[in-house]
Design a protein around this ligand. Structure first.
Ligand SMILES: Nc1ncnc2c1ncn2[C@@H]1O[C@H](COP(=O)(O)OP(=O)(O)OP(=O)(O)O)[C@@H](O)[C@H]1O
Length: 352
């Protein structure tokens, strides 16, 4: 459904400054996949989507979408895909139903077909009651559902969603997802969905495949579970008396399967966080080793990793930090993407 090879995009900002937004992305997305593209601000997610949806041309490399090259056959690509951008669609003063009918007509549907399709989408996305209201009067969640309806009006087999739920509260995010998944399962043909998101839980819960992008490159690509198992490991947290923390960390570092150990102490307690392949399986051995070393553990927690832990493991940075947009960080840098985001994590991890 999507095949890219060494896709790049450079933005020449001035004579001395070029932003290398996308640096050689090669991807294959099969029909019917639901793929989340995850990465910090400025990683190149939107730029990649904009190339795949023919909104901007690549600087180099190739991209085939729905069987057509984005540069040589942009019209064919556009007819086959739906795109819900960050800004949203829709003329504010239009009525909701008219907006959908107009969009359908733009895609070449006859008026009668466009009205029929608008009715179906309004019902599927729970917007029938709002059909005769102005777009500008919709709530944030309703507006986003209308954006999705607009993206689907011509029944594309491939839908791109750029941060579909940003700005929505948790209830509206869940509601939007319920609708997206319902539309997807109701589609006659397998619908491929590619979305970008900042919400790690959203990628974790809904995406069948997660592509992690950083500095314009793909740094990981697998199911969320596989990424977590391969790249992060479970987190076993042991609490001890503060004077025992460093010694317990040394014991933990020697335990089989330990990937990294982090120690923090305050007056009351020492905390030893152990990143380890199989937390539940490793914990009894860790406790036996602590006991044998005369280091009584007062509390044990085992937590499964998140996608943020995956990103942290890959880059040493957290996706939760509100990363600075590299192109805005230091205008004097010739290559801001490369040079201004090398931020080290606050966490002090001791490699195992
Ligand atoms: N038109 C443009 N001109 C110059 N630089 C641009 C342009 N569009 C994007 N960039 C830069 O390219 C880099 C990648 O931007 P992009 O919007 O693709 O990132 P993103 O991963 O989608 O980020 P976010 O999560 O914040 O939306 C950033 O440094 C951005 O400032």
């Amino acid at each position: 459904m999507i095949r890219t090879h060494a896709l790049t995009k450079d933005f020449v900002v001035s004579r001395t400054r070029t932003v290398h937004a996308v640096r050689g992305i090669s991807l294959d997305v099969e029909p019917g996949e639901l793929v989340a593209v995850l990465g910090p601000n400025g990683a190149g997610k939107t730029t990649t989507l904009r190339m795949l949806t023919t909104l901007i041309p690549p600087t180099s490399g190739t991209a085939e979408v729905a069987g057509y090259d984005v540069v040589t056959h942009p019209d064919r690509v556009r007819a086959a895909i739906g795109y819900v951008g960050q800004g949203g669609a829709g003329g504010a003063a239009q009525l909701v139903r008219d907006e959908l009918v107009t969009q359908g007509e733009i895609y070449g549907l006859g008026r009668r077909t466009a009205r029929g399709r608008a009715g179906e989408l309004l019902e599927a996305l729970d917007l029938t009651e709002q059909a005769d209201r102005k777009v500008e009067s919709l709530s944030g969640g309703q507006k986003r559902r209308l954006d999705v309806a607009v993206g689907l009006v011509h029944q594309p087999s491939l839908l791109f969603l750029d941060e579909p739920s940003t700005g929505l509260d948790p209830h509206n995010r869940a509601n939007l997802w319920e609708h997206i998944l319902r539309m997807r399962s109701a589609a006659a043909e397998p619908m491929t969905i590619v979305l970008t998101t900042h919400y790690l839980d959203e990628a974790d819960t809904f995406a069948e495949r997660v592509i992690v992008v950083d500095h314009g490159q793909v740094i990981a690509d697998d199911t969320a579970d596989a990424l977590k198992a391969e790249l992060a490991g479970d987190l076993v947290t042991l609490r001890v008396a503060p004077q025992h923390a460093a010694e317990l960390a040394a014991v933990a570092e020697r335990a089989p399967g330990t990937r990294s150990v982090r120690v923090t102490t305050d007056r009351a307690e020492g905390t030893v966080e152990i990143r380890i392949a199989d937390g539940p399986g490793a914990t009894p051995g860790l406790l036996r080793a602590a006991d044998a070393a005369g280091l009584p553990v007062s509390r044990v927690d085992v937590t499964r990793p998140t996608l943020d832990d995956v990103f942290l493991g890959l880059t040493g940075r957290s996706l939760r930090e509100n990363a600075v947009d590299p192109s805005q960080a230091d205008p004097s840098q010739a290559d801001p993407v490369e040079t201004s985001t090398d931020r080290t994590s606050d966490k002090k991890e001791v490699p195992a």
